[in-house]
Design a protein around this ligand. Structure first.
Ligand SMILES: [Zn+2]
Length: 263
């Protein structure tokens, strides 16, 4: 079976974006023959890409404990004898865990500097990995184009805080999300905000892109700041549509998240 891999390059660095399961993306960050896997939910698929591209796996970065993100950890860590980075409080839920990572830590992976951000909400212990050069963000199940992760363990306030943190990153940041949910997110967003011209335009563009390439990820943070209702808690148009002009920011977020859960 030939596997379709999407490649994004910046100077000597590459991201290999590998579709898996129904709608997941697994990632390899590559520099000079070395690779780091972000959320390798499927070990054999990652291993076949490493072989095909003649790469050595140097480490595994997990954003959170869900099996579609950590399912390949044990297989790959055993085969490649590499470290597994994850939030320390999820040690028991992360197979082959070796190295704790938390907000404030910068990992030096070869020539790459990777900053760790705590972004709880989807799960209680969820981290994102942000590179400054190139501006790449691996956010797991926290942020999606025109959507955000479901709140399995965290509170709306926690997720709001996490999204607020991500919203402060530079607009040029390329956001590598873990699922292809874009078109259903847009259907929901337009049901709630049918007069939003940017969302309407995006729906046309993303539908066309999905048909042409089967993939709408990565997105840019600027696009999400402008269009994603889950990042627009302070946008008067969003507040007016929800009749929440005087609500707290996090309450606006919580209302949109609640409506999405029932969509
Ligand atoms: Zn998840």
């Amino acid at each position: 079976m030939s596997l379709e891999i999407f490649t994004h390059s910046w100077k000597t660095f590459e991201v290999l974006q590998i579709p898996a399961f129904d709608d997941n993306y697994l990632y390899l960050i590559v520099d000079s023959g070395s690779a780091w896997a972000v959320d390798p939910g499927d070990g054999p698929i990652i291993d076949s890409v490493l072989t095909q591209k003649n790469l050595k796996l140097k480490g595994i970065l997990n954003t959170h404990h869900h099996s579609d993100h950590v399912g390949g950890n044990a297989f790959l860590a055993e085969k490649w004898q590499c470290p597994v980075y994850a939030h320390p409080k999820d040690q028991a839920r992360i197979p082959a865990f070796t190295h704790p990572v938390q907000e404030g830590l910068t990992l030096e992976l070869g020539n790459l500097k990777v900053q760790v951000l705590d972004v709880p909400g989807h799960t209680l212990n969820h981290v994102a990995y942000g590179l400054a050069e190139p501006q790449w963000l691996f956010c797991g199940d926290t942020l999606f184009p025109c959507g955000c992760g479901r709140l399995f363990e965290g509170t709306p306030q926690q997720m709001y805080g996490s999204l607020k943190k991500l919203r402060q990153l530079p607009g040029e940041t390329l956001v590598f999300c873990a699922h292809e949910y874009t078109l259903s997110n847009l259907r929901f967003a337009l049901q709630e905000f049918p007069d939003d011209t940017l969302l309407k335009r995006l729906q046309m563009e993303m539908t066309e892109k999905k048909q042409r390439t089967s993939c709408t990820i990565p997105t840019t943070l600027q696009m999400e700041k402008d269009a994603n209702p889950f990042l627009r808690w302070d946008d008067p148009k969003i507040r007016k549509a929800l009749e929440m002009s005087d609500a707290e920011d996090w309450q606006v977020f919580a209302e949109i998240r609640k409506r999405r859960d029932h969509f």
